[in-house]
Design a protein around this ligand. Structure first.
Ligand code: ADP
Length: 407
């Protein structure tokens, strides 16, 4: 617009009326466009479901941020806080909110200093609501806060955490407290076997020559021992399931000790621990230089132990096993992968392998309870990370674990 005004001024100097008229027409168009844009932005500002407030920072003589003035606010701000635009505009935050040192001054000052937007969440007890707030600086010395209400999300998070606690409790009770009756069943079944041996010595001589001796023999030496064997097998199965649940329950209860983790050292430790298993097969493990991540070392050791031992277990017979471990930084995460050329997993099983107790082949010769990958997922999610898998049956599998990068 300034250019058009300059054109008009120089045309006026030159006495060129036609050019003056032409540029006045252009100027009118430009003013109209600006007014339209202003109207659109104002409509947006007024109808936004977020609270938007524009402020100007106040500094003391030493350049420290001490307060700020509210320049403007939208209707959503009034709706949620009860503070009208007339009451807010031109007021200092300390005066409006009744605090000598307004909240988040340091965050706002930082945004003004760096020009980088910031986001944080906060609870406003005056109105009993939670907000996610983004702070941006549209021009020097000024900053805007855009706040979306997240009270409902916070409430759901709270309920979820209570429910999670209850579930963990059930899991603990199921896995821990069910063990003692189970051990009782196991003990009494053994005792019954011992008692039968004693009874055998008493009964066998008495049965000799009786008509029902053969029937007794089938019952005594086949049917009852076979029932006892089934009891033992089922008790063992329940015990191994309970052990699995207990492991999951214990992992969930562990307190995370998060710090920078040297993943090269961690993988060295994992491969050292699997040395024996590795000597049993022809395997080539290639570990690339891995970037560090931010997490709990001993929990992450379990993740990579489970993945590597699976790669060793589910190899393809007759094909030399190759395992590749890599890691790359992607934004604020590190994407690690453990890739093998083993037997692979068919697409119909792929979505279920993270489930507790799920095994692709429940009668597989390889030992396992089907909880290794559930624990991998559980630990990764405790780190707010993500797991993924890509696989081709008969060709191999790639597990991807995304973890937070070093802060
Ligand atoms: P488990 O090894 O005790 O059965 P997991 O939870 O570790 O339990 O794994 C679940 C299932 O996923 C395994 O039974 C196996 O069928 C499949 N699986 C896991 N890792 C691999 C792999 N690297 N290659 C092929 N199949 C795998």
């Amino acid at each position: 617009m300034q250019k058009t005004i300059d054109h008009i001024l120089s045309a006026l100097d030159a006495g060129d009326r036609d050019t003056v008229n032409e540029h006045i027409r252009i100027l009118k168009e430009q003013v109209g466009e600006t007014q339209n844009r202003e109207k659109t932005f104002l409509a947006l500002f007024n109808s936004m479901t977020e609270m938007v407030v524009l402020h100007e920072m106040i500094y003391d003589d030493e350049g420290r941020a001490v307060d700020y003035t509210i320049l403007d606010c939208n209707p959503k701000f009034t709706e949620l806080t009860g503070i009208t635009r007339e009451r807010a505009a031109g007021k200092r935050a300390s005066e409006l909110y009744g605090r000598s040192l307004p909240r988040f001054l340091d965050v706002y000052a930082e945004v003004l200093r760096t020009g980088e937007p910031k986001t944080y969440t906060s609870y406003f007890e005056e109105i009993d609501r939670h907000f996610k707030i983004s702070v941006v600086s549209p021009s020097p010395g000024r900053f805007a806060t855009i706040a979306s209400e997240i009270t409902e999300i916070k409430q759901i998070e709270k309920e979820l955490s209570v429910k999670n606690g209850e579930l963990e409790n059930y899991l603990y009770i199921a896995s821990h407290d069910l063990r003692s009756p189970l051990i009782n069943i196991q003990g009494f079944a053994r005792r019954l076997e011992g008692q039968m041996e004693k009874a055998d010595a008493m009964l066998s001589p008495l049965m000799k020559g009786r008509d029902d001796a053969a029937e007794f023999d089938t019952l005594w030496n086949h049917d009852i021992p076979s029932s006892l064997k089934t009891i033992h097998a089922n008790v063992d199965k329940i015990e191994s399931l309970l052990n699995g649940l207990l492991q999951i329950s214990r992992t969930g209860r562990e307190t995370m000790n998060a710090k920078t983790v040297d993943m090269n050292g961690l993988l060295k430790q994992v491969t050292d621990n699997l040395k024996f298993e590795m000597t049993q097969v022809t395997v080539d493990v290639k570990i690339a230089e891995l970037p560090p991540c931010f997490g709990d070392e001993s929990l992450l050791e379990r993740v990579f132990h489970n993945l590597l031992s699976n790669a060793l277990k589910y190899r393809k017979q007759g094909r030399p096993l190759e395992i590749k471990i890599q890691g790359q930084k992607q934004y604020n995460r590190i994407r690690y992968s453990v890739e093998d050329n083993g037997r692979g997993i068919s697409p119909r099983h792929l979505g279920k392998i993270w489930d507790v107790f799920y095994r692709v082949d429940s009668r597989a010769a390889e030992s396992g309870e089907g909880i290794g990958l559930s624990i991998v997922k559980q630990i990764t999610e405790m780190h707010r990370g993500r797991v993924a898998v890509e696989s081709e049956e008969g060709a191999g599998t790639k597990f991807i674990i995304e973890l937070p990068s070093v802060k």
